[in-house]
Design a protein around this ligand. Structure first.
Ligand code: X8Z
Ligand code: ZN
Length: 612
């Protein structure tokens, strides 16, 4: 039997050799599609197929993720994780397959699409299916824990406060002890997923390195049509441009907070405690306008009061936003937007309240998910979110891999650009206020806006400074919190209200960290929106100060904006910037111009204060 068996094997070996020889001979035939060198035509075919597959898995992922964010349960978490798993798997496979075209001279369009394919997910997964599943499960779990996060001052059986409730305390309460309690209450939500975060970093980096990037941070920085290091340098250049403006605001606000809370709470120098800025992350400070407002400025209007007095409801708030875009001749929001969006925090189930704009089918099924409060802040946020939805509708005709903004900062900047046109004149036009306050009120209005837009800049910069360091390994899990507060002090000039340790996980108390949403985009957007606004006002022929310019109702300007939005990600972003502004560099002089009168005033005040 053994011999026979052996004899049979010898026969098999001969047959295999014959087959291999035939295959080699065949491979040299020029029209053999399997073994010949890939051609440009092959690459074009590959990209067309890849886009189809990519689109299909993206839509599945969006639907599952929509349901999970609107209805957080163990089951929806699993379903969302499965869909995300499939999406990352497919993108990974396609990216790997695309390597066969490396070194081939491809048409620009095809080369760009292949590059974008590799960057199509913010979280690349390792190829080991177990690790990939673990990574997706971890991120979905962290976002859910954040979404469900609550502070129960009297234990689980007592009344619990959601993030929304705690944010209201931070915004409205002026008792430093109660503010501290609310701040601490929210910051106990994140330590339970601190370990998960460390694991996520490890696996995410593994995925990034398999895709050919140094680490996940380097991969994020590669998405700006320039080298990752050049992008980091660009961010620093912009920060240095705006830092003097931030410093003036910070110094002035310190003075006002000291007047309000005294020396024991607010020191004369060094970082300011983080719980006093009216915001959980001290990232936007407009809620303490009452504390810091310039006494010399004439009173303008209080939009929150106007909206509440009129009993405006959530849907009407969104309608106000839509009215603006309509006036620019943008296409109207489809009926499905109104049927399928979430505007109010449901009482009977857990949802992710952090505002977001969705594009479910990459065509017209756009939606808004937001737990709207009737106030000034959410009025602006609605414009922000609708900016995303109108961008999505504008680039819908583009091929799937171009259905995105020029860079992610553009996506974040569009709605904010529109909100910059929400001037007193505009509010009068739509009947929200009766009289346009005269120019003596401008200082107050500039201050209120600076408390949001200028105060935000260092925060917008530092969140990803932290993550870049974490992803590169410069900051290890044992130093997460320490590194976070070093950056908060260095850039924002703030400190935690009580000493913190590595038992805390304060970066995790900011939505974008557990949800893994890159943050540099918001920093860019805060610079870009002023550059866009300046260009659109110029296009409209509106002279005079930028803060009095509104593009409301200007269809010619709307058309220019629409054309840029419709480009999607089809061209490198400097071209999109040029199409809109005539400039091809991001330029912080627009935000500096906008706030120039305020800066002069702040510096005078700060001098007076220092002389006292
Ligand atoms: O997350 C957002 C938007 C959704 S893209 C509401 N923003 C950042 C934040 O809340 O931290 C807008 C400003 C910065
Ligand atoms: Zn946004």
């Amino acid at each position: 039997m053994t011999n026979n068996h052996f004899g049979l094997d010898l026969f098999k070996i001969r047959a295999y050799w014959l087959m291999i020889t035939l295959l080699i001979l065949c491979a040299s035939c020029s029209n053999n599609p399997v073994a010949s060198k890939p051609t440009v035509a092959d690459a074009e075919k590959f990209v067309a197929e890849a886009e189809k597959r990519y689109l299909a898995v993206t839509i599945k992922d969006s639907r599952a993720s929509w349901i999970q964010s609107n209805f957080i349960t163990d089951d929806t978490e699993v379903i969302a994780a499965e869909a995300r798993d499939e999406l990352t798997k497919v993108v990974k496979e396609l990216a790997e397959e695309s390597r066969k075209f490396d070194g081939l001279s491809l048409p620009e369009d095809i080369a760009r699409k292949i590059k974008l394919l590799k960057l199509a997910v913010p979280l690349p997964a390792p190829s080991d299916p177990k690790e990939r599943e673990e990574l997706t499960r971890t991120v979905v779990k962290m976002e859910s824990l954040y979404g469900k996060g609550k502070y129960c001052p009297d234990g689980e059986t007592g009344k619990c406060l959601s993030l929304g409730d705690l944010e209201t305390i931070l915004a409205e309460n002026r008792n430093p002890e109660e503010l501290k309690k609310a701040w601490l209450g929210w910051h106990q939500v994140s330590p339970p997923y601190r370990k998960d975060y460390a694991r996520f970093v490890l696996l995410g980096n593994k995925g990034a390195s398999e895709m050919g990037f140094k680490d996940l941070g380097a991969m994020w920085r590669s998405n700006y049509d320039m080298e990752p290091d050049a992008f980091a340098a660009e961010m620093e250049r912009l920060w240095q441009q705006v830092k003097p403006l931030y410093d003036s605001l910070h110094t002035y606000v310190r003075g006002k907070l000291r007047q309000k809370y005294g020396d024991a709470v607010v020191p004369a120098s060094g970082p300011i405690p983080a719980h006093l800025f009216g915001n959980m992350w001290s990232q936007q400070w407009a809620n303490i306008y009452d504390v810091v407002k310039p006494q010399t400025s004439a009173p303008a209007y209080d939009l929150t009061k106007v909206l509440t007095a009129r009993k405006t409801d959530a849907k009407q708030m969104v309608k106000y936003g839509e009215t603006f875009f309509n006036s620019l001749d943008f296409q109207t929001l489809p009926n499905t937007f109104w049927d399928r969006s979430l505007f109010l925090k449901p009482q009977d189930r857990e949802v992710v309240c952090h505002a977001s704009a969705w594009d479910i089918d990459n065509q017209k099924d756009v939606r808004l998910k937001m737990c709207i409060k009737i106030n000034d802040e959410d009025f602006t946020t609605i414009h922000h979110e609708l900016g995303h939805n109108y961008y999505q509708m504008a680039y819908a005709p583009q091929p799937p891999l171009y259905q995105n903004s020029a860079n992610d900062g553009f996506h974040e900047a569009i709605g904010d650009t529109i909100a910059l046109s929400v001037t007193p004149e505009y509010l009068k036009k739509i009947g929200l206020i009766d009289n346009v306050p005269d120019e003596k009120a401008d200082l107050g209005l500039l201050m209120r806006l600076a408390l949001d837009k200028v105060a935000f800049l260092p925060f917008g910069y530092l969140v990803d400074q932290w993550r870049w360091k974490v992803f590169s390994g410069e900051v290890g899990p044992g130093d997460y919190n320490k590194a976070w507060w070093e950056l908060r002090e260095k850039y924002q000039g703030i400190a935690p209200p009580v000493p913190r340790s590595e038992a805390n996980f304060d970066p995790g108390a900011k939505y974008h960290v557990p949800a893994n949403v890159p943050y540099a985009r918001y920093f860019l957007a805060h610079i870009l929106q002023f550059q866009f606004h300046r260009a659109l006002c110029r296009e409209a022929g509106i002279k005079g100060p930028l803060n009095r310019c509104s593009i409301y109702g200007n269809k010619q300007v709307g058309d220019r904006l629409q054309k840029m939005l419709a480009m999607g990600q089809s061209r490198p972003w400097p071209e999109a910037l040029k199409a809109l502004t005539g400039e091809d560099k991001i330029d912080a002089t627009a935000i500096l111009d906008y706030f120039a009168p305020l800066k002069t005033w702040l510096d005078e005040q700060n001098k007076l204060l220092a002389a006292k």
